[in-house]
Each structure stands twice: as structure tokens, then as C-alpha cells.
Design a protein. Structure first.
Length: 283
């Protein structure tokens, strides 16, 4: 497995694969890889001849007061995870390699990015769409793999690829959880022991909501209130949002009568965690 830091090195490698008729999968990540990332890489390896994992903490998707400088990094460990999963190459550029100092071009979106995480992170998805577009142009993959853990991001990327005719197949992969239910995340590394226990409230509250829907409840407000109420029982938790939205448009729903996404963002101490589930109701 190769580790490549520049676009100039990466392009000829991928071009050679293409000349040999090999298919290419891309797994975009911000590094500090865990089993969730690994599941994406394994899926990509099973569906492509060569897999590129990008490992880049993208500055443009962080807001001014967010955790860009403290975001955990460990390239050596990431390389071991990628190698074991069968990736062919890690692309690990410095920010200066990805952005010219006078960069003034961004990829943005009118809808899908305003609600949920977009409410408190207004420039986040512009950064995500921009860096993913750049990675698509640099790596030119046949398929790219994203986790359902970041459900809004997955919906946004699918829409961007459709609207801008990227011609790349987007593969969504299920959420990987710790044994006790906490969704794996690089940000879990911020949690101290007490916060780690408190963080279980996300999955527990979502399961409560999912249980109501499975039992036939169709009033979105009631499910939302129940999830919020349950989050409120954990003193270390502070909800940023709890929303039930249409799974495709991400618009809030009143009645659950088509596939929905129930998504939450919750502060545990200073750490902001997200989680979600989807529910396919018949009308
Ligand atoms: P990140 O490094 O957090 O930007 O995540 C890179 C990719 O891994 C994104 O597509 C995420 O949705 C995905 N991912 C992160 N955590 C998980 C998880 N627990 N299960 C599945 N996919 C995940």
C-alpha cells in the first residue's frame, strides 16, 4: 500500500490503473480511522479492483469556533487499518496541497443543507461539497463510499453527484456501533469516562423513538418530543436538534407515512455527537 501526499503523484498512479482496465473505489475520510471507516473500506475493496482512502482533515468544513485544531490525527494507525482492509493507496495531502491561498471557488447547495446540522453549521456542507468534488476530480473513482452515520452528508453528496453529473456511483453504508450501541466516531476520542457513559443516551433515545414508530405511532411531533424528553434525562447531554425529516428531501414531516430519517445532534459536555435511524413507513 502506498501513501501519497501530492496530487501530482496520485494522478499518474490512477491513470495507470485505468489504462489496465481496473476499477477504482474512493473512501473519503478525515482520518483517525475506526471500525466504521474500515467497514466502508472493506465494502469498497469487495466492489473495486483498487481502493483509495483519502485521509484529510478538511479545514473548509469546520466553522470558526469548531474543533479543527484539536481534531484527532494518527496517520501511522490509519495506515495499518487501510493496509489490513486491503486499500491500495492512502491520499494524505496537506491543506496547502488542496487549497490555493487565494482559492475562491466553492461547491454549494440551495436546499438539503439548511436544516439539521446546517442550522448550527452554516458553512459545513459547502466545505464538504467542495472537498468531495475536488477529491472526485483528483481520484476519478467509479464508486465512492459514505456512511449512513452522516445521513445528511450522504443525502447532500447524492444530490450533488446527480445535479452536477459526476457519473460516480455513491454507495451508502450502514452505521457501525460499539457493543453498547454508541455510533463509532473519531470524536468519541474527546469523551472522558463519565461522558462516554452519558453518550449512550443518543442511541437509547433513538431506539425509544424507533420503538414508537414500530408500534404504529405516526405523529412525528410525539416521537420527537419523546426522544427529546429521554435525552433530557441525562444531565451531561444537551440536544442541538432532534428532527424527523423526509429521507430524501430532508424536509420536516408531520405524519410519518413515507421513508423518514430521524436525526439528532447532541452535546455531551463540549463534544457534539450525531446519530440517526431511518424508518420506512407505508402510507
Ligand atoms: P469522517 O472521517 O468522520 O469524515 O468519516 C468518513 C466517512 O466514514 C463518512 O462517510 C462517514 O459517514 C463514515 N463513518 C464515520 N463513522 C461511521 C460509522 N460509525 N459507521 C459507518 N460509517 C461511518
Amino acid at each position: 500500500m502506498q501513501i501519497v501526499k501530492t496530487i501530482g503523484e496520485l494522478r499518474p498512479i490512477v491513470q495507470k490503473w485505468r489504462r489496465e482496465g481496473l476499477s477504482v473505489g474512493l473512501v473519503p475520510t478525515m482520518g483517525y480511522l475506526h471500525e466504521g471507516h474500515k467497514s466502508l473500506i472493506l465494502r469498497a475493496v469487495s466492489e473495486n479492483d483498487r481502493v483509495v482512502v483519502s485521509d484529510f482533515v478538511n479545514p473548509t468544513q469546520f466553522g470558526v469556533n469548531e474543533d479543527l485544531s484539536t481534531y484527532p490525527r494518527d496517520l501511522e494507525r490509519d495506515a495499518a487499518v487501510c493496509e489490513e482492509a486491503g486499500a491500495a493507496l492512502i491520499f494524505h495531502p496537506e491543506p496547502e496541497e488542496m487549497y490555493f491561498p487565494d482559492n475562491c471557488t466553492f461547491v454549494d447547495m440551495d436546499s438539503l443543507t439548511k436544516g439539521l446540522c446546517g442550522k448550527t453549521r452554516p458553512t459545513h456542507f459547502r466545505g464538504v461539497c467542495t472537498v468531495v468534488s475536488k477529491l472526485f476530480h483528483i481520484v476519478t473513482p467509479d464508486r465512492a463510499y459514505f456512511g449512513q452515520k452522516d445521513a445528511q452528508q450522504l443525502a447532500v453528496i447524492r444530490r450533488m453527484v446527480r445535479d452536477l453529473n459526476f457519473g460516480i456511483t455513491i454507495v451508502g453504508c450502514p452505521i457501525v456501533r460499539e457493543e453498547d450501541g454508541l455510533a463509532m466516531s473519531s470524536r468519541n476520542a474527546y469523551l472522558n469516562e463519565g461522558e462516554r457513559k452519558a453518550a449512550l443516551i443518543l442511541h437509547k433515545s433513538l431506539m425509544l423513538g424507533e420503538g414508537m414508530l414500530k408500534a404504529g405511532e405516526r405523529d412525528a411531533a410525539k416521537v420527537r418530543e419523546a426522544i427529546l424528553g429521554n435525552l433530557g434525562t441525562e444531565p451531561l447531554a444537551r440536544a442541538d436538534y432532534v428532527e424527523l425529516v423526509d429521507a430524501e428531501t430532508l424536509e420536516p414531516v408531520e405524519k410519518v407515512e413515507r421513508p423518514i430519517l430521524a436525526a439528532i445532534a447532541v452535546y455531551i459536555g463540549k463534544t457534539r455527537l450525531i446519530d440517526n435511524f431511518t424508518f420506512a413507513a407505508e402510507k
